[in-house]
Write a protein that binds this ligand. Structure first.
Ligand code: MF3
Ligand code: CO
Length: 221
């Protein structure tokens, strides 16, 4: 659906109907008063943007769609950034590096490693590619509740934090900015933007720690 001319509310309406048609519910709707099934974050919005009938996507935009699906009481959380039409080279690089940084983190999600090994792998790669890592929002444990222990920062030293054990389920969801990492909230109390107005992107998977390595719960293939 994502192409120039569509509104972020049309995407939200589709996603909510798709979930309900498949016997699932949109966990974000009503979560601490959040009003929608999805978050739709365009360009300088880092995360938690409101879908809107007024937000008509145009060629060259970046839009991140984030949602949490509840199926029979169990939750999965995923966010994905999309190019609307064709992007400027720097914006396309931001998407490519942000997605790759997620997979650098996932590689570290193995039994015996620590949360900090995930964090460090993401930060090291992202900063080497010239982007900054958002500090104010982190990944998290997930299960029958959206946000469980432990927190999963996307920056910080390796070798620290909770040790990963078989059966743990977490999200990894790096947000990278073209400019500085600092974030500010709009007056709606939700929409988080880059302070310097630079572009931001995010990719998020829910995954389980297993004896065979990380198992993607939100795999799209
Ligand atoms: N899906 C988000 C996360 O990664 C949570 C969005 S906040 C909500 O944790 F209020 F929209 F649910
Ligand atoms: Co999440």
């Amino acid at each position: 659906m994502i192409k120039p001319g569509i509104t972020t509310m049309e995407i939200d309406t589709f996603a909510e109907k798709f979930m309900r048609d498949h016997g699932a519910t949109p966990e974000q709707k009503g979560y601490h008063g959040y009003p929608f099934a999805t978050c739709a974050s365009v360009n300088d919005v880092i995360c938690h943007g409101f879908p809107s009938k007024e937000m008509v996507l145009k060629d060259g935009d970046i839009v991140t769609i984030d949602m949490v699906v509840n199926l029979e009481g169990w939750l999965a959380d995923s966010a994905w950034s999309y190019a609307v039409g064709t992007l400027e080279p720097q914006a396309q690089k931001l998407l490519d590096v942000t997605k790759e940084s997620l997979y650098k983190g996932i590689e570290q999600a193995v039994i015996g490693n620590r949360i900090g090994d995930i964090s460090h792998a993401i930060q090291k790669y992202a900063e080497a590619e010239g982007f900054s890592v958002v500090r104010d929002f982190v990944g998290h444990g997930i299960g029958s509740k959206m946000h469980e222990e432990p927190q999963v920062p996307h920056y910080g030293p390796a070798g620290r934090g909770t040790r990963l054990k078989e059966g743990m389920v977490i999200t990894i969801e790096p947000m990278l900015n073209v400019g500085k990492y600092h974030a500010k909230l709009d007056d709606d109390g939700w929409t988080a933007r880059t302070v310097d107005g630079s572009l931001s992107a995010q990719y998020e998977h829910t995954l389980a720690i297993t004896a065979d390595g990380p198992l993607l719960i939100t795999d799209q293939s």
